[in-house]
Design a protein around this ligand. Structure first.
Ligand code: NAD
Length: 253
């Protein structure tokens, strides 16, 4: 399929559903070839089928991005398939359950797991595929959250730390003309977010926004496409909030 990303390759983690799938479809419609990674093979199969239905192509990879050896094996496979990687979207993340309920009583092992998946894994993956990003003068997008701005939970803390990584990565990867930006969504209507948030909370949070509608996965995917396009190519070293101006940062469910 011809489009602004014809001949380009985009790697999207956490693409078994939700925002990751929305990125996959948005980039597929622009002609990109997709490399899709997640823990969930069924969801990856579904995303690949939807990408193909939209006229695109994709490879799928089941990988635990919280485990260093798996990140390296995956990166080796990607480098074996692709000399150039135009965009890496570090979208996979833990966001539901204990990680979103505060931060006391978690213990070292849980903290390490949360940080491994949400904060350190994205940097390790970018480091491991750097040669292909360098060849394309590519872009890294780290997936943050509006919860990173007033972190009140382990989730917000991992995402605030990811924002710091985004700054450091823009500088360090910048030596190879690789850009690094973050996208911080507000509450967006993905299946996972719908399952974790009561209907009245959706309405209450919408009431706090200046943009009076619910955020969608496509709002985030469209921002990703813009940042990766020629039109967005002077944007670097920023985490961009996309939340309809939600006034209640650090909100609780
Ligand atoms: N939907 C929202 O409102 C919202 C808001 C702010 C930030 N985010 C962030 O956007 C990203 C996607 O969120 P979503 O709403 O689409 O949720 P989602 O649960 O559908 O997507 C997260 C994906 O990450 C995958 N994943 C988790 N741990 C993994 C691991 N160790 N290895 C590989 N894959 C793993 C999951 O299997 C899942 O498919 C997350 O990083 C989330 O924190 C979402």
């Amino acid at each position: 399929m011809m489009g602004r990303f014809s001949g380009k390759t985009v790697l999207i983690t956490g693409s078994a559903g939700g925002l990751g799938r929305a990125y996959a479809l948005a980039f597929a419609r622009e002609g990109a070839h997709l490399v899709l990674a997640d823990l969930k093979l069924d969801g990856l199969d579904e995303t690949k089928a939807l990408v193909e239905l939209a006229g695109g192509t994709a490879s799928i990879h089941q990988v635990d991005l919280g485990v260093e050896a798996e990140i390296h094996a995956f990166a080796t496979a990607v480098l074996g398939l692709h000399d150039r990687l135009d965009v890496l979207i570090n979208n996979a993340g833990l966001h539901a359950g204990e990680i979103a309920r505060g931060f006391f009583g978690l213990g070292m092992a849980k903290w390490q797991h949360f940080f491994a998946v949400n904060t350190i894994g994205p940097m390790l993956l970018a480091e491991a595929v750097r040669p292909a990003l360098k060849a394309a003068r590519g872009l890294i997008i780290n997936k943050s959250s509006m919860a990173s701005y007033t972190p009140a939970t382990a989730y917000g803390i991992t995402k605030a730390s990811l924002n710091v990584f985004t700054h450091a990565m823009a500088t360090q990867f910048g030596a190879d003309q690789i850009r690094c930006v973050g996208i911080a969504p507000g509450l967006m209507q993905t299946e996972a977010a719908r399952a974790g948030v009561a209907d009245e909370t959706w309405e209450r949070l919408k009431g706090l926004q200046s943009v009076q509608r619910q955020g969608t996965a496509e709002d985030i995917a469209n921002l990703g496409v813009f940042l990766a396009s020629d039109e967005g190519s002077f944007v670097n070293n920023q985490t961009i909030l996309c939340d309809g101006n939600n006034q209640m940062r650090g909100f609780r469910f």
